[in-house]
Design a protein around this ligand. Structure first.
Ligand code: RB5
Length: 149
């Protein structure tokens, strides 16, 4: 795929895996904006989720990658932003389908759940898959509670 800008952020639970992913994505030619954390010291995952989401929302990054121990806290925090569609994934099929069906713009990974090779496969699938559009467009519009009322 063409090189894109990707914002990445983690807490201490995903710090080690983030280091490997930054290298992997840069080696693939992407521009990676590493928003931290930058050491294994304990931090609060929402702080980094919101930093990464801000880059995606502003259009400075095409996609966001978030890591914490499970990826779940990051996904919860990211999805508080109405513009963000974030899926937690531990295998490539979820990553592919959340792009194809949900037009996900952020993916959350569990640094304590998966190894580097699995994470590489997940990101490769996520980045390679286009949103299918069609019937999924109206469903995504309904994600907003305002549309539901
Ligand atoms: C931190 O210990 C851990 O709670 C965090 O990384 C994450 O798994 C939360 O969802």
């Amino acid at each position: 795929m063409d090189p894109i800008t990707i914002a990445i952020g983690t807490d201490h639970g995903g710090f080690r895996l983030k280091t490997a992913l930054v290298t992997f994505l840069r080696d693939a030619g992407h521009d990676v904006n590493d928003l931290g954390c930058h050491s294994p010291d304990r931090v609060d995952y929402p702080d980094f989720a919101h930093k990464v989401c801000a880059e995606v929302i502003a259009g400075r990054a095409r996609f966001g990658v978030l890591l914490c121990g499970t990826g779940v806290g990051m996904a919860i925090a990211a999805n508080r932003h109405p513009e963000i569609r974030c899926a937690q994934a531990s295998e490539a099929t979820t990553a592919r389908l959340t792009r194809a069906h949900n037009d996900a713009n952020v993916i959350a990974l569990g640094g304590r759940l998966i190894g580097e090779e699995a994470a590489f496969d997940i990101l490769t699938a996520f980045l390679a898959t286009k949103f299918e559009g069609g019937r999924h467009v109206a469903r995504i519009a309904k994600l907003s509670p305002k549309e539901f009322a």
